[in-house]
Ligand binder design. Structure first.
Ligand SMILES: [Zn+2]
Length: 242
């Protein structure tokens, strides 16, 4: 059994030895992480051992899930899916950059490209959520005064802000209503951005790709699905009949 991997070509003097957590800042959280790994291996992993063995050399996810980095969102948990089913890209406020050819390092764009061209997923989900800090920052720019990259990133949601400003048209906004509206409009805006990707547009038009927009409520576990006919988010729930 391999217990140590040697990477002697790399000289790097950071990281923490397991068992060496005491008197280090964040001691409790470090211990929690390491204990979690051991607990996973001894319990959860064993439950799915055959499943993990089947995934040893391949993945065939059916869905690209574009979600927020928010720590309260767990894509696999809320969709009751197993490892191997979702190809996941997460970023602040579940944003989708417009398609462009660039020499920059582009995480979300490359994840979308890889999901479609290499993994050939059937579905793309853009999933927003309640109490989204990224969406909230659109209205409270002070929060980001020392976070220039986050501020820049959130420019991808500026059309949402403009839309909502137009809706209120100088009226005092109801802050809670505006929060929900921002988060839901943002999902739709990012779905629109998805269609700027030639591969997405082609597959969507050929009906070989489904695109969905979801809105997840943290405290209830409800997920609402965007209905383009009614232009509203509808609760996903058991339906009577076929
Ligand atoms: Zn969020």
């Amino acid at each position: 059994m391999i217990t140590v991997f040697e990477v002697k070509n790399y000289l790097l003097n950071i990281s923490i030895k397991y068992g060496n957590c005491s008197k280090i800042s964040g001691e409790k959280t470090l211990k929690k992480l390491f204990d979690g790994i051991i607990n996973f291996k001894e319990n959860e992993f064993l439950k799915y051992k055959d499943h993990f063995t089947s995934l040893r050399r391949k993945q065939e996810p059916h869905t690209l899930f574009i979600g927020c980095s928010d720590s309260r969102i767990d894509p696999a948990l809320i969709t009751n899916t197993l490892p191997g089913e979702l190809f996941i890209v997460r970023n602040i406020a579940n944003l989708v950059p417009h398609y462009r050819e660039t020499a920059e390092y582009v995480a979300t764009t490359s994840a979308i490209e890889y999901a479609l061209k290499v993994l050939k997923v059937d579905n793309i989900v853009v999933c927003g959520h309640s109490n989204c800090g990224g969406c909230n920052a659109l209205w409270n720019e002070n929060i980001l005064k020392n976070s220039p990259h986050t501020k820049k990133w959130l420019e991808l949601a500026i059309p949402v802000k403009r839309n909502i400003e137009k809706y209120y048209n100088l009226r005092m906004p109801d802050v809670i209503e505006r929060e929900w509206m921002t988060e839901q409009f943002n999902v739709v805006e990012q779905m629109k951005h998805l269609l700027t990707y030639p591969e997405v547009e082609k597959k969507y038009k050929n009906k070989t790709l489904n695109i969905m927009g979801w809105y997840y409520i943290i405290e209830t576990g409800d997920i609402f699905n965007y209905n383009p006919d009614s232009r509203s988010f509808e609760l996903i729930q058991h339906r009577d009949g076929p």
